[in-house]
Write a protein that binds this ligand. Sequence first.
Ligand SMILES: C[S@@+](CC[C@H](N)C(=O)[O-])C[C@H]1O[C@@H](n2cnc3c(N)ncnc32)[C@H](O)[C@@H]1O
Length: 268
Amino acid sequence: MSGFSADWLALRAPADARARAPELTKRLAAFCAGRDRLRVLDLGSGTGSNLRFLAPRLKMAQSWTLVDHDEALLEQAAASEVPAGVEVSCRRLDLAGDLGRLDFSDVDLVTASALMDLVSADWFDSLAAACRAAGCAVFFVLTYDGVMAWRPSDRLDPLIRELFNRHQGEDKGFGPALGPEAPKHMARAFIAEGFRVETAPSDWLIETGERELHLALLEGFLAAAEEIAPARTEELRDWAARRRRLAARPEARLRVGHEDLFAFPSES
Ligand SMILES: C[S@@+](CC[C@H](N)C(=O)[O-])C[C@H]1O[C@@H](n2cnc3c(N)ncnc32)[C@H](O)[C@@H]1O
């Protein structure tokens, strides 16, 4: 078990699809065009949401390898419907300990969605070096950047954001996580490896119609904040109670900042 349930991944998938930076998806499709078959490695694939979004937009024959350590999520991914000409295989692997067991030499594109804020700087740098050695392109989307903005606002919002961001920096299995520093770190690491890097915002904008996702996020932020500041539990729970009431109002909005990154070796 990874701590990411299939239900949670399904709940966030529509907000993810809407948030992705369309211009970077188009850049990726243009970059890949003209190949006979694109070989794609999807890291931390979960149930295959990244595959379901990208495969139809790449408009070419593709072979995807989905990698995750959660067998149950991979089973769902294997059952996904994919466009004609797209082959999918699943591989169960602990990316934290066993990144070195992945062979990048037969890969054209390494991709991941909603993964890179969980990994450590050292782990990420090893991945960037492996991508450079193999000469593959990279497409890492929906990486959290530390922004959390609510409407209407509440006086405790800045504290919650600060506590959540500290929690995001804790070890998620890969060593101290990049958390909100991930977008900047990724760009620096790929530039240092000689890649050309393009980035674009892919913020979640959660509006009145998505109350279930709004409330699920609220509970996740509360749980993280309580773990970091248990002495302030009462104050934090009062904030959550106010926020649950605000979430019912028609003007309720939540923005969660993300960034998408497309990078490719500069000689390609
Ligand atoms: C936030 S979810 C994103 C899933 C999917 N990419 C999506 O966008 O729906 C992070 C994924 O990374 C996987 N993961 C976390 N740590 C991992 C590890 N050490 N090895 C392999 N997969 C891992 C989880 O099982 C989960 O599926």
